[in-house]
Design a protein around this ligand. Structure first.
Ligand SMILES: [Zn+2]
Ligand SMILES: [Zn+2]
Length: 190
């Protein structure tokens, strides 16, 4: 298996299979021994960020064939999920995560949600910090280790500030249409 052969459609299929099992990115990461952010990158079509053998394990675990020509693997039993309190959506492109720029760095302020899946996009919610594993308490970064909760996985060459601004404008319109609620800005920029 060569990672270069892993197509975008396979990456999408891996994400679809994981969600179908109700497994969060972090649960899958724990099961195969990698980081949640690497799962996020993989599912976004960047398999080069993750060890080849790990990708193979993920394919086996989810019952997804990595190469179009090979036979589909058989699914193994899914990993039991921890009991959920409040979670956040790990998908940086999700409308539940509001992007903003701090010193050229793109951060995301997640909407904390109850339940198992994201109300906005259907992704399985994460409840702990991807870096240190502490439960999330709100905010863009972990209150224990300070690392960002949502990993930015964005196209090359974007300008974080401009992208974040455009994105917030879009989200405001989107949410206004859905719920009639006011702006979702959290202080700072008017
Ligand atoms: Zn979401
Ligand atoms: Zn942390």
């Amino acid at each position: 298996m060569n990672k270069n052969e892993i197509t975008l459609s396979v990456c999408r299929e891996l994400a679809r299979a994981r969600k179908g099992k109700g497994m969060s990115q972090s649960a899958l990461a724990a099961a195969v021994g990698c980081k949640q952010s690497q799962i996020s990158m993989l599912e976004s079509g960047q398999p080069e960020k993750i060890a080849e053998e790990t990708v193979v394990k993920i394919g086996e675990l989810l019952g997804v064939s990595l190469a179009p020509a090979s036979e589909a693997g058989t699914a193994v039993s899914s990993i039991p999920l921890p009991r959920l309190e409040k979670g956040y959506c790990p998908d940086c492109q999700c409308p539940g995560n509001v992007p903003y720029e701090v010193g050229g760095r793109l951060l995301f302020w997640p909407t904390l949600q109850t339940g198992k899946r994201c109300a906005y996009c259907g992704e399985v919610l994460e409840t702990v910090c991807p870096s240190c594993g502490e439960p999330v308490r709100g905010g863009a970064c972990c209150t224990s280790c300070g690392e960002p909760l949502v990993t930015p996985v964005l196209p090359e060459g974007i300008r974080p500030g401009e992208w974040a601004e455009e994105r917030r404008r879009m989200l405001r319109e989107l949410r206004g249409l859905i719920s009639g609620q006011g702006p979702i800005e959290r202080g700072g920029d008017a």
